[in-house]
Design a protein around this ligand. Sequence first.
Ligand code: NAP
Length: 338
Amino acid sequence: MKALFLDGIGKLSVQDVARPVPKADEVLVRVEACGICGTDRHLFLGEFPSFPPVTLGHEFSGIIEAVGQDVTDMQVGMRVTSDPNIACGVCEACQAGRVNLCHNLQAIGIHRNGGFAEFVVMPRKQAFALPLSLDPLHGAFCEPLACCLHAVDLAGLKAGASVTVIGGGVIGLLTVQLARLAGATRVVLVTRNRAKRDLAARLGATACLDPAEVDEYLRQHGGADVVFECAGLAATVAGAPRLARRGGMVVILGVLPAGQMVEIEPFDLLFREVSLITSFLNPFTHARAADLIAAGAVQIAPLISRTLTLDQAATVIASPAPDGEIRALAVPAMTNRA
Ligand code: NAP
């Protein structure tokens, strides 16, 4: 089978390797689609700890081709999505129910071979069923959606709440949709790209702003109950509290490089009692994300910018995301047809 390997920092190759064999508690999945995430680019550039040689790809779904001898509740032919984050279950964080903070967290596509391949093996407990009637590309969005769900859960959004989302990438556009589903009636998206703003409006944002329009908007409408930072830049993290109303909350999803510092004004946070929290990964939210996508409750098709062979995916991972691109998906089956 063909697989896209990270061979070292700055080095990717598509190789012909043996199809993996599932262990007793694992399933073998034929990958239908795998999303190219910013983390894949960070791994390529050495900005995120990597463990080469390894097949990248942590946002994927596909069809079960074989099951290990102990797997009795999943069958060949089922479509599944992968929760890539494997918690140990025994460390102090896991025992406290904080599996996303597991001391021994192993991620499929980072620590062990992932979804930029024709086939991948994964523990049965990381697999969640999806209907066969679903568009085969849509299952690749369960992982990012599960991360956004955790953020929305942490925010405790109430019906009628006001929300501002900073950043119109996949994470921001999924968060806009979840905020509406959670009952927020005012959902503002702030992003620079016009096409992303237009798309956000179609996905349910009630107002879409260029960052330069934020001051005027705040003067007219005031801040939001909850601000989701989904851009991952020092400037947007530092500027997020200003977008929250008195007593509001800022939830940071965006990832900044380790060691990067951001200026925050504690006086402002204190006197307006604005809380600043972070949301990391997808603890116990993957099944709900799969259900939301299976039910068609979240629009996925407009988030797919293009589909790629594994060779094309290697080129795309090694380059910055083009302006306006939301999510490119590797479709391994296209590789042999190319
Ligand atoms: P992305 O596609 O890079 O989206 C970020 C968006 O921010 C871009 O689309 C960009 O769109 C927008 N942006 C850039 N400068 C801006 C500014 N000054 N003001 C407002 N928006 C601005 O990335 P993504 O996949 O959506 O992920 C977003 C962040 O979440 C990343 O940092 C990622 O690493 C992180 N993440 C976190 C988790 C978690 O569990 N916490 C999970 C997945 C991803 P424009 O060009 O339109 O401005």
